[in-house]
Design a protein. Structure first.
Length: 193
């Protein structure tokens, strides 16, 4: 009888609190994930890599395995916010002698799991006054956009589109993304309450 009374009291408490009774909050202000040696096609690449049939714009697909970095993201009893704060494309040692001065613009899109249209989350446009020969590009992400709906099985799929205005050979680069992550783990669901 006491077990049933205790269970009834627990259920009443859980129903009345408006949220999980047993939970943990975790905030990671800077979750940095680097994809090393990503291949970027140069100008006049294979037409299957062109942006909407434009030979001066090419794409590279990336997958960030966030579940590998923070395993709790693959659990069903978790809610979280994920926001991109920065993304940097830095030439690696294999691209010695190459620079990115021919890159006119770049954009980063993420793909919804339902296959609907991708969403731009970061972009870069070279300033007209910029005559440097850069070996890296850095862009700020749209930190107002929650990327959690775009994550599937702990993975975030993205596409980088790069537009050129000068001949640029293929290159390899390390692509580093920095995210803000806030997680709420519902222990009640984990325990079956």
């Amino acid at each position: 009888m006491r077990k049933h009374l205790l269970a009834a009291v627990l259920l009443a408490l859980l129903a009345g609190c408006g949220g999980p009774l047993l939970f943990a909050d975790l905030t990671i202000p800077e979750l940095a994930v680097t994809l090393p040696q990503q291949a970027f096609p140069g100008m006049a690449a294979d037409p299957s890599r062109w942006c909407a049939g434009q030979p001066d714009c090419v794409t590279t697909d990336l997958t960030y395995d966030l579940g590998e970095q923070v395993s709790v993201l693959t659990r069903p009893d978790v809610q979280y916010e994920l926001r991109l704060t920065t993304l940097a494309i830095a030439l690696d040692a294999a691209s010695a002698g190459t620079d990115l001065r021919g890159v006119k613009s770049a954009s980063v899109e993420v793909f919804p799991p339902d296959g609907s249209a991708p969403v731009v989350v970061a972009s870069y446009t070279r300033a007209a006054s910029d005559t440097a020969t850069p070996t890296s590009l850095a862009v700020s992400g749209d930190s107002t956009l929650d990327l959690s709906p775009f994550v599937q099985a702990g993975q975030l799929h993205a596409r980088v589109s790069v537009s050129y205005d000068a001949p640029t050979p293929p290159f390899t680069a390390d692509v580093r993304a920095t995210f803000y992550l806030k997680v709420k783990l519902d222990y009640g669901k984990t325990l079956g309450l």
